[in-house]
Unconditional design. Structure first.
Length: 184
């Protein structure tokens, strides 16, 4: 972690390339998703289009920059805002301060490499929780599971396997998918 004197704020991201995010004051190069990672993102977007083809219920974006506070502007794999909470986006810098209602993180093999990387991933989950995200889904393609987190929960409220169904109607009315369909 950087010393206090070297911490950055979201304003500093404006001077950095688009492939960066800000975590606890450190500017981190955003890793490009793998093909399988991208396939899962695409699947979520397709499923949302099936139940809301005109986007009247809300908006889901891939890898948006979301400023949770001046020291934290992560880029969740997917973020969803309900129609009454649509993001206001700074068009010049592509950052929003509107907290998503739902966030999806797809774990990469790197995220599971050792304690340090896993703690970094869990730090983002805690950041989303503290920021007010109502539902957080953590997709683990290696184990073919989905962990479901709500605000303030240190442990997942559910860990879903391939025979389970992921249901998000608390945020996206009518949104249900079979976990096994994520991994086809």
């Amino acid at each position: 972690m950087s010393s206090i004197l070297n911490l950055h704020t979201s304003a500093d991201l404006r001077d950095w390339p688009d492939d960066c995010e800000l975590i606890e004051g450190e500017i981190v190069k955003f890793m490009s998703p793998s093909l399988f990672h991208s396939k899962i993102q695409r699947f979520f977007l397709q499923q949302l289009d099936l139940i809301d083809p005109k986007g009247l219920r809300g908006l889901m974006l891939q890898e948006p920059s979301v400023e949770f506070n001046p020291r934290n502007t992560p880029r969740p794999d997917l973020a969803y805002w309900k129609a009454g909470n649509l993001p206001q986006i700074d068009l010049e810098f592509g950052i929003t301060k509107t907290i998503p209602d739902l966030v999806v993180e797809v774990l990469s093999p790197r995220d599971l490499e050792g304690v340090k990387h896993y703690q970094e991933t869990m730090g983002k989950i805690r950041l989303y929780q503290a920021g007010g995200v109502k539902i957080i889904w953590v997709i683990n393609p290696m184990q073919k599971t989905c962990e479901v987190y709500g605000p303030g929960q240190l442990s997942p409220q559910a860990t879903l396997g391939i025979e389970d169904e992921l249901e998000g109607s608390a945020v996206i009315s009518g949104f249900k998918i079979k976990v096994k369909d994520l991994f086809r």
